[in-house]
Ligand binder design. Structure first.
Ligand code: SAM
Length: 230
């Protein structure tokens, strides 16, 4: 019952929250920002309710990843795991042509906000796909979004089980061009949830591939970003 009341409350406040989210985005876009400022905006975007945008990332880790991605001047970016669009906000400011972000959950009213993320003057188009990244029909849909163009950066931050993260890597890595990047979130062994098992896949991948790790504090619980150059 309380969930239902909360849902009704969110819907009633949606027009106000929508207006203030778009206003915050327009105010951000009205000025030039450094990459660090863009990442900070992604971590705590000033919006609420059904328009809440945020990213659950360690600041130093996502800053380091954003710098690595910016350094390859990406044209196309693919993200598995949108959640509340925080990291999507960063990619939309880095890609020059297309960002495809996928989540099993529908973004609902946030979709037009996501599509408005690229800064003024950018030719980048944001496309959100709702579905299970492991479904073969969904994979075909993701591929068709890029119309045969290679992906420069793939961010894997969806299904965090060992099997799930490995499947996303196997299913989507062929889309990434040589010299492109693939990153994984939550590579730290200590995790708050038992289903966060990226570490076990990452440890195996590290044996076979050249990798870089961005870890804020070795004693932290959760987070940690692993990067692979294709
Ligand atoms: C940790 S969150 C992503 C956070 C986001 N990248 C950020 O930092 O702003 C993981 C997301 O992956 C989605 N997810 C989990 N399994 C999935 C699957 N099999 N296919 C697509 N999305 C999935 C969840 O719904 C969740 O929103």
């Amino acid at each position: 019952m309380s969930g239902l009341i909360r849902d009704i409350g969110r819907r009633v406040r949606a027009p106000i929250n929508r207006a203030s989210a778009f206003k915050a985005l327009a105010a951000f876009h009205a000025q030039q920002h450094s990459l660090e400022q863009t990442v900070d905006m992604a971590i705590k975007f000033p919006s609420q309710g059904l328009f809440r945008v945020e990213s659950i990332q360690q600041r130093s880790e996502i800053q380091a990843l954003a710098r690595a991605v910016a350094a390859i001047t990406p044209r196309n970016i693919l993200e598995i795991g949108t959640a509340r669009g925080g990291t999507l906000f960063i990619w939309a400011h880095l890609a020059s042509h297309k960002v495809v972000s996928c989540d099993i959950e529908n973004p609902g009213m946030r979709r037009p906000l996501y599509e408005a993320f690229p800064p003024p003057g950018s030719n980048c188009k944001v496309s959100h796909l709702t579905g299970n990244s492991h479904d073969s029909t969904f994979k075909a849909k993701v591929e068709s979004e890029f119309a045969g163009e290679p992906v420069d950066f793939l961010f894997i931050d969806g299904d965090h089980t060992e099997k799930g993260v490995e499947q996303d890597y196997q299913d989507y890595k062929h889309l990434v061009r040589p010299g492109g990047l693939i990153a994984f979130h939550d590579i730290i062994e200590k995790q708050a949830l038992p289903t966060n098992q990226v570490y076990y896949f990452w440890e195996r991948l590290k044996q076979k591939t050249e990798t870089v790790e961005f870890i804020d504090n070795v004693d932290q619980v959760g987070y940690g970003i692993g990067l692979v150059k294709v």
